[in-house]
Design a protein around this ligand. Structure first.
Ligand SMILES: NC(=O)c1ccc[n+]([C@@H]2O[C@H](COP(=O)([O-])OP(=O)(O)OC[C@H]3O[C@@H](n4cnc5c(N)ncnc54)[C@H](OP(=O)(O)O)[C@@H]3O)[C@@H](O)[C@H]2O)c1
Length: 328
């Protein structure tokens, strides 16, 4: 019997939210090592904006954006033994998530424990694994350390605040409004700074009594990058992991010497979960953090997938907080 054609968001040319088109797509049968996934929800992430605008260029057009989703396996290709039809699974990458159905390599899927709801998984895989990368791998946060996370009330931000707090850190977080400051505070941020009206470098100096910080996690990019360097103690680690306000300008290596022999890294999650064991290890720690209650991931906004442009407009206008899903 012929299958009804599923739909997905397709991008034929880069641009504004209007380039997100809802179209029929031929998904077909899974090839060797692949499965077909019937998605319940896709995650909304800032990287989807970079893909849409072309800041992170794609080779092939049209393409389906989205790097996060969760659902039920409904067909399995040859050579797949790790999952079966009917399994409840989730993933963070590769691209192709804004879809009712998709094909994906089985080794990119993690099976969901009962404690994690499917829509919650769609909201937290990419942002939660990113928080794991930041706090447990790029700079392993130690009890008693004070850290700075920018956009603390955002998707990655709320998870980082809670997880860092659970690890015994004091958390300083920047936010764009008083409401976001309250939200961040309720999620473990000890010192929210409204950086749209307060000087966050001066606030960090005040809060740390001039000692400054061992690490800054900066996903805002252009607007904050140089000032973030001024928040670091000598030999501190600058973790530039996003560009919500645009890409930071290039710097000369000598600037890191002048600012105190700083370290600078520009991590991308996909390099930290490329190997199957890395993905499994990080996902296990994330699921433990959520199952234990140390990190709560609430779906703060739900949009229908079909008018995905609406969700992109809200994200880019800084109108979302925490995690957002696109329901299929
Ligand atoms: N490197 C990696 O592997 C990796 C993985 C995942 C995410 N990321 C990055 O982490 C960041 C957070 O991602 P997310 O999906 O959780 O998004 P998000 O934090 O929920 O949304 C972005 C937030 O950035 C802040 N922002 C500051 N200036 C902005 C501007 N000019 N335009 C828009 N937003 C601005 C806003 O918060 P305020 O109003 O509070 O300022 C906004 O809510 C993004 O930069 C993303 O690219 C990186």
């Amino acid at each position: 019997m012929a299958r009804i054609m599923p739909h997905a968001i397709q991008i034929h040319e880069t641009g504004g939210p209007e380039v997100l088109k809802w179209e029929e797509v031929a998904v077909g049968e899974p090839g060797p090592g692949q499965v077909r996934l019937r998605q319940e929800a896709a995650g909304l992430n800032f990287i989807d904006v970079y893909h849409r605008t072309g800041l992170y260029p794609q080779k092939d057009f049209p393409f389906t954006p989205g790097v996060e989703g969760a659902g039920i396996v409904n067909a399995v290709g040859t050579g797949v033994s790790s999952v079966q039809v009917g399994d409840r699974v989730a993933y963070a990458g590769p691209i192709g998530g804004y879809a009712e159905e998709r094909l994906i390599d089985a080794d990119r899927l993690v099976e969901l424990p009962d404690a994690i709801a499917t829509d919650q998984a769609a909201a937290m895989m990419l942002q939660g694994l990113t928080a794991h990368m930041l706090l447990r791998q790029v700079h392993r946060v130690q009890p008693g350390e004070t850290i700075l996370i920018h956009a603390a009330a955002g998707g990655v931000g709320l998870i980082v605040c809670q997880w860092a707090k659970a690890l015994g850190a004091t958390v300083i977080g920047t936010v764009g409004s008083e409401e976001k400051a309250e939200l961040a505070r309720a999620h473990g941020c000890d010192h929210p700074i409204v950086y749209t009206r307060q000087d966050f470098v001066a606030e960090v100096e005040r809060i740390t009594a001039g000692r400054k910080l061992p690490v800054v996690y900066d996903s805002v990019g252009r607007d904050t990058f140089l000032k973030s360097l001024d928040c670091l103690a000598p030999r501190g680690m600058m973790v530039s992991f996003g560009n919500a306000s645009g890409s930071p300008d290039p710097i000369a290596p000598g600037l890191l010497a002048q600012k105190g022999s700083l370290f600078l890294t520009r991590p991308t999650l996909f390099n930290y979960i490329a190997a199957r064991e890395e993905l499994e290890g990080a996902a296990a720690e994330l699921f433990e953090a959520v199952s234990s209650g140390a990190v709560k991931v609430e779906v703060k906004q739900r949009f229908a997938l079909r008018p995905a442009a609406k969700a992109h407009r809200a994200l880019e206008a800084r109108k979302t907080t925490g995690s957002t899903i696109l329901t299929v």
